[in-house]
Design a protein around this ligand. Sequence first.
Ligand SMILES: C[S@@+](CC[C@H](N)C(=O)[O-])C[C@H]1O[C@@H](n2cnc3c(N)ncnc32)[C@H](O)[C@@H]1O
Length: 230
Amino acid sequence: MADWISFFDSDNPIYVNARHRAVHARLVALGIGHYIGKPGMSVLDYGCGEAFYAERIADQSARLMLCEAAPHLRQSLKQRFADNEKITVLSPEDAAHLPDGCADLIVMHSVAQYLTRDEAAALFALFRRLVRKDGRFVLGDVVKPDVTALTDAAALLGLAAANGFFLAALFGLVRTLLSGYWKLRKDAGLTRYSEVEIASVLAAAGFSAERAADNLGHNQARVTFVAKPK
Ligand SMILES: C[S@@+](CC[C@H](N)C(=O)[O-])C[C@H]1O[C@@H](n2cnc3c(N)ncnc32)[C@H](O)[C@@H]1O
């Protein structure tokens, strides 16, 4: 397995058990829901992964576009949401052809660390074209240079302790240590940004961005930026 998309397209150990998956889905749904300020919004979730929160977001909006690069994962999303007329599943190529100003809210959560700096800059430019003038782009889970794997492990254990899956999380950490995740994290690495750097990359794409008070999701060592078109 050579790259992150292949990793996320495989049977991976990101969630330690079903409880972890459900807790993650609830937190991300609450986090995205916080940015759905009015009825009738069009939402693009870029790099949505399994999107076990998607129905909750669709319930609060007029349209939810889920974009996923991993082909098998995307196919399973298409099957899961075939009956939900508010949800459309897109490839990155589909997203690149969406019309200008088609989204009130674009969310990209826990994806930037898997992109090269050039890929991120190109996506931010695409999002600037796709977001409405009064819309928002929410960039979640940005990994700062000083955040170590130990900090991430501690955040997972804290989430697990608070939600009744501490032992499973301990075993899960051992399992991921033995899995492709840590090897890939060591080899391919994660792309990290200081707050100044990410704000300047967003500015170069035509956004003015501010750090949100809370990160979307459980890991408060990472940060969320809310970007508005300049
Ligand atoms: C940790 S998951 C995040 C899923 C979801 N946003 C969430 O918070 O639950 C990371 C996502 O990044 C996507 N990804 C990784 N590398 C990518 C790339 N080069 N281009 C587009 N998406 C990528 C993966 O396919 C995966 O869906």
